[in-house]
Design a protein around this ligand. Sequence first.
Ligand code: BGC
Length: 475
Amino acid sequence: MSSRAQEPERRLSYQAHVWLTAAVAAMGGILFGYDTGMISGAQLYIEREFNLSSGEIGVVVSAVTAGALVGALFSSWLTARMSRRGIVKLAAVVFIIGAVLAAAAPTTFVLIVARFIIGLAVGFASTVVPLYISEVVPAARRGSMVALFQLAITAGILLAYIVNAATAEEWRIVFALAAVPATLLFIGMLLLPNSPRWLVARDDVEGARRVLHELRDPDAPETEEELQEIVAAVEEDRARPKESLTAALTSPLARTILTVGIGLGIFQQITGINTIIYYAPTILKEAAFGDSASTLTTAGIGTLNFVATVLALLFVDRIGRRKILLGGMFGMVLTMAGVAVAFAVDDFSGIWRWVTVFCLFGFIACFAVSWGWGFWVMASEIYPLFIRGQAISIGNSVQWGANFAISLLFPILLTAWGGAPVFGMLAGFGVLALWFTWKLVPETRGKTLEEIEDEWRRRAGVDEGRPPTPAAAVG
Ligand code: BGC
């Protein structure tokens, strides 16, 4: 039949559309990675030009994570008032302002303010980009699509390492270049549709249908079924008596889910990823490597982080999320414990320096194939519609808070305690993460967002009636 004959070609074009959606949206990830990665190399030159103390340089470095914390929190307020697409466009504009201001900064104060502004945009993008992607792609592809966001983060980090190496002391160029992907992000978002869930929540069911017809096969019964599921979920939420947002967020069901979301964010950070991403040269110098060997190894870490994430993308939606999180964390604990043992032996003249390098690389590989994308994917799919925008922003800001704390404390603790106890503590946090994942994290692979919500209600024993929905929370 002719319609059959056309099917494969059509399907490809829907898929191409979906990939385009995710690829452009994931540009936000590149910015996230670039803006957090660029400071490692630029640090040295900024320190010299502005004659900064180590405390001041700490503030310059962590201003982005502090801004991201505030940005992620503020996203909650924004998601209730603006479309996901609008927020991503806003993030792009804020990125551009921050990049230009940082590149032109005449004083340390302006530089810190500019880095904080960049952080705000990173916070918006890291919260809303995965949310947007999860709402526009089909359930079966959601994991790999949101994982694209993580791939973009690692590409951004690698890009920053490369640009840093290529431009040496021209740190202002490194900062200004961040405006390029930000502009692309803005243009890309102009071309993309609004999230169907957001449109339904704004009573624009026809608009949602049109978007779904662009992104799915318009003749397939599942497309209409998906729309009806979204409509039913929004209507069900509206039918609940209105209560305050705080009440909705503290209901037993929301508490159960938030515990998982917040826990995943904290464990992604406190198990030590950014002690390596931000401070690899420091660690390697402690392990008796020279300056250039440290820089080279750091570039190797950036490359491995990216390559392992590419590999991870191949199996994201083929293996259960729980298995990957547990397996990856197991590897992270072993390798982090290996670094602790190397520092305890404290003889970096022979084999132990290579054990350290092997373990650092091993940790990065294990993280990249599991918790790297795993946190963002889980954060985009575990929250039900009635708290989605708010909960994801709370979960993400706590994750940024943990990032801020660990990256601020790590160098201080390393000096005060020495390597073995610090790395041992990070490995210990990993053991807790294993327990937490085993006990509390649900399997979400291949389920629609509505099915995931049903699963939570079953778990929390609240089959009858979802918790009340604040009117603004739906958007
Ligand atoms: C984490 C970042 C980290 C990056 C490394 C992300 O998932 O949230 O904190 O720097 O992975 O690839």
